[in-house]
Design a protein around this ligand. Structure first.
Ligand SMILES: [Zn+2]
Length: 332
């Protein structure tokens, strides 16, 4: 309510409430709205964006875009745009992509149907008297989540202190797997005082590149988390990689620990997987360095790296209480 009132003031409607649409189909606010008619109105508004026949309607532009793409693909000797864009990807052609989706879809649809049945049960128990629609999904899923999987984030966080997750988790797993170690440097220029720099050192003790970590949220920073490179590794110009990892963790008050959620921990491991892809690159040309691979391969190192967070040897090393050093209780 406070956020909706603040949004109204920002838009010149003080004393009222504004629910902004986010740039996704589903809207976070749907999980909280008790008024079913309002949920429907918001979902329909979200689904019909850029398709309401007004000045913002982009359907004709999209149709023209598709026509031009088809024309371009034909000129280049491909039967369709999909064949053209997939030619240099791992999947190679749309048939193989459809085959993969064909294997995934039945399982995913079965899961969704099962979940819908559980949500319908809840609606019926509460005497709702309606069939679950897309605008009801988040509202009832949230209730099921609370009732059946009550995970107390606040109880978990004290065991997920940022510095420990980075040093005793992310770096620790990397040392075990690849022999790389990280030594912080304070003598190099940074673009913001929050930014930290580390030498990346291989098993022979040689520095093979630099790693920049920029972890706290700031007003002028994009949302989310990502990996990028300031310098791409390449032997053509004899350049070592300079890799960066950017997150948006909430900065703790002075002298307080930065405590992460499990989502944050996964993000840190994920983006570091991309960072490793850049650090361990061995290419002649910068164009092909690091993460400049097929887009249907590029998430592989990051997804694999996420898994190490839950390996007991790694988890037990970083998930310790920030004040007492105790391991996380098994119940959590
Ligand atoms: Zn990724």
């Amino acid at each position: 309510l406070e956020a909706a009132a603040a949004a109204a003031i920002a838009k010149g409607h003080a004393g009222k409430w504004v629910l902004d649409l986010r740039n996704t189909t589903t809207q976070p606010v749907l999980a909280e709205l008790k008024d079913r008619a309002l949920r429907e109105r918001i979902m329909r508004a979200s689904l019909s964006r850029n398709g309401r026949g007004n000045a913002y309607d982009t359907r004709a532009i999209l149709a023209r875009l598709a026509q031009l793409r088809a024309e371009k693909a034909k000129l280049l000797g491909f039967p369709t745009w999909a064949h053209y864009v997939m030619d240099d990807q791992m999947a190679k052609n749309p048939d193989r992509a459809m085959e993969l989706l064909g294997r995934l879809a039945p399982a995913a649809a079965a899961n969704a149907r099962k979940e819908a049945a559980r949500l319908q049960e809840l609606v019926d128990e509460q005497g709702g008297g309606f069939t679950v629609e897309s605008w009801d999904w988040d509202f009832y899923a949230e209730q099921v989540r609370k009732a059946e999987y009550d995970l107390d984030e606040a109880a978990v966080k004290p065991y997920l202190e940022f510095e420990s997750v980075l040093q005793n988790g992310v770096f620790f797993a990397t040392t075990k797997l690849f022999g790389l170690t990280f030594k912080e440097r304070t003598d190099l220029p940074v673009y913001h005082p929050d930014v930290r720099v580390f030498d990346i050192i291989d098993t022979t003790g040689e520095v093979i590149g630099l790693f920049y970590g920029d972890y706290y949220a700031r007003d002028n920073k994009n949302g989310g988390a990502w990996m990028s490179s300031f310098v791409d590794q390449n032997t053509l110009l004899g350049q070592q990689p300079v890799i960066t990892q950017v997150c948006n963790f909430v900065r703790p008050a002075a002298g307080r620990p930065c405590l992460l959620s499990w989502d944050d921990v996964t993000t840190l491991f994920h983006e570091f997987g991309h960072a490793l892809h850049g650090m361990l690159s061995a290419q002649k040309y910068p164009t092909f360095s690091g993460t400049a691979t097929s887009t249907d391969f590029v998430e592989f190192p990051s997804q694999v790296n996420e898994n190490w967070a839950l390996v007991p040897e790694v988890f037990g090393n970083f998930a310790r209480h920030h004040a007492t050093g105790e391991a996380m209780p098994a119940g959590l």
